[in-house]
Write a protein that binds this ligand. Structure first.
Ligand SMILES: C[S@@+](CC[C@H](N)C(=O)[O-])C[C@H]1O[C@@H](n2cnc3c(N)ncnc32)[C@H](O)[C@@H]1O
Length: 234
């Protein structure tokens, strides 16, 4: 056990040298955040190889890795939950778009950032992925009046989805809670709504229409900290 703890401490030490300014995951001081990572890796050593590969060894992004920018715990859950016949809609494109496209029947991805939209679209073309509809809806989140009637929020079609992901811009704090409410009206019975960085939105855990909520908290790809990704079941 002491070998494992020593290994984890070394990894974390390297981690902090590599990412000195990037430790703003979850609330708390830097030592608290490091302690959270160490605790998580000691309790869940299965994440250590991925953590090292995705955070320390190479400089690949979640888009390169074709992984959602979620906690590993949530990614592992989704790998098991997804089926080839499922339909997915997401607010916020990225590695998640490719991840869902390779595992589900169809993906609608709603994106506000034109440059990022074009970057993700190009990656989809390069990879020959054709079951994704990328929807560009620019919105100025620094001037958010009228968001509830925006094209961005309304871009989710009036149909039912197996999986809806709320992981778009966080430039204006109410964006995800408002998108979450919209998502609850579009999810199928038996389906799920996924909210990433859910620790920022504790009110959603109390106020929702789900039959149950699971909180997947752990380290994840390309983020040198612990985060939580919530899954709401309907
Ligand atoms: C947390 S990211 C969404 C990530 C996506 N759902 C995923 O898991 O890969 C939220 C927003 O950040 C913006 N963004 C800008 N640069 C980005 C980058 N390099 N990687 C991911 N998102 C980026 C995009 O507008 C995106 O919708």
């Amino acid at each position: 056990m002491w070998c494992l703890e020593l290994g984890v401490s070394l990894v974390c030490g390297v981690w902090c040298l590599v990412f000195p300014t990037n430790l703003r995951q979850m609330h708390g001081t830097v030592p608290q955040k490091i302690a959270r990572v160490v605790t998580d890796l000691v309790l869940h050593p299965q994440y250590i190889p991925r953590c090292v590969a995705h955070n320390v060894i190479n400089g690949r992004t979640p888009l390169d890795l074709e992984l959602p920018w979620f906690s590993y715990a949530a990614i592992d859950f989704l790998q098991k939950f997804l089926r080839p016949e499922m339909s997915v809609c997401e607010y916020g494109s990225g590695g998640s778009t490719l991840f869902f496209a390779r595992r589900a029947k169809s993906v609608i991805s709603i994106e506000d950032n034109p440059k990022w939209h074009s970057h993700v679209s190009q990656r989809l073309r390069q990879q020959g992925i054709s079951n994704v509809q990328m929807v560009l809806c620019p919105f100025d989140f620094r001037n958010p009046a009228g968001f509830e009637r925006s094209q961005y929020l309304e871009a989710i079609p009036d149909e039912r989805f197996d999986v809806i992901v709320v992981d778009g811009s966080e430039e204006w704090e109410p964006v995800r809670p408002i998108c979450f409410q919209k998502a609850e009206g579009r999810v199928k019975e038996g389906g799920i709504v996924v909210v990433d960085d859910s620790w920022r939105y504790p009110e959603l855990r109390k106020s929702n229409r789900a039959s149950r909520v699971r909180i997947f908290q752990s380290v994840g790809p390309c983020r040198p900290g612990v985060t939580s990704t919530d899954v709401f079941f309907y």
